[in-house]
Design a protein around this ligand. Structure first.
Ligand SMILES: Nc1nc2c(ncn2[C@@H]2O[C@H](COP(=O)(O)OP(=O)(O)OP(=O)(O)O)[C@@H](O)[C@H]2O)c(=O)[nH]1
Ligand SMILES: [Mg+2]
Length: 195
């Protein structure tokens, strides 16, 4: 994918702030610090357009980035951050479930998982919601550079098993450090917006 344009649009705290031009949306969910913003930066080849972990868990908005006047990448706040209050956690759950359930332009959800660790309870819940609402989903196992290549296969299997992943969902090995998986992910995104 040749990136001709990439721009931050809005940090939306309320659905009425979501863009209204109906461009397809690709959303990214995952626990805090897993590497969602880094993945966005790698996809669009900008070092720091999506803000990376200055204030983990503090972001309670959906950050919209428009790419090539063609799609929005929607960066969700990370979940699982310990210092977040129960009320904030509930608000977060409501906002995300509502988005997944109601958001017409959502064409593909990326569930970003750290390849080194077993998916958390919240990862599993998120995946269940996605299946329940029949959202096309791609599991992205990121930080692949953190483990030796010889272990990739075993970790991918562990993640699929733990999520009870639908065999039809693609799983992409990714590294924001090396760019591994970038082209494959663009192919999956391109296919998702074409259908
Ligand atoms: N080695 C390596 N480090 C990564 C990778 N992806 C992200 N990181 C690092 O992990 C940390 C967190 O990355 P972020 O992209 O900010 O994570 P996030 O999921 O956006 O975090 P929140 O916005 O807090 O939810 C940063 O220090 C990144 O440099 C990767 O693929 N490989
Ligand atoms: Mg982030």
């Amino acid at each position: 994918m040749k990136i001709t344009q990439a721009q931050f649009i809005i940090s939306a705290v309320q659905p009425h702030q979501y863009p209204e031009d109906a461009l397809p949306e690709i959303a990214l969910a995952g626990r805090s610090n897993v590497g969602k913003s880094s993945l966005i930066n790698k996809l669009i080849l900008r070092k720091n357009l999506a803000r990376t972990s200055s204030q983990p868990g503090k972001t309670q908005q959906l950050n919209y980035y428009r790419v090539n006047e063609m799609i929005y990448l929607v960066d969700f706040p990370g979940y699982g951050y310990a210092k977040v209050s129960k009320t904030q956690r509930e608000q977060f759950g409501e906002m995300i479930e509502k988005y997944i359930r109601d958001r017409e332009p959502l064409k593909l959800q990326l569930l970003v998982i750290d390849i080194r660790h077993e998916p958390s309870a919240q990862d599993k819940l998120m995946y269940k919601w996605l299946k329940h609402y029949e959202i096309p989903t791609c599991i992205v196992a990121t930080k692949a550079d953190k483990i030796p290549r010889s272990k990739w296969d075993k970790h991918i299997k562990m993640i699929k098993k733990s999520l009870e992943a639908d065999p039809r969902d693609s799983v992409v090995l990714f590294s924001s450090e090396t760019g591994l998986g970038r082209e494959q992910l663009w192919d999956i995104i391109t296919e998702a917006i074409a259908t």
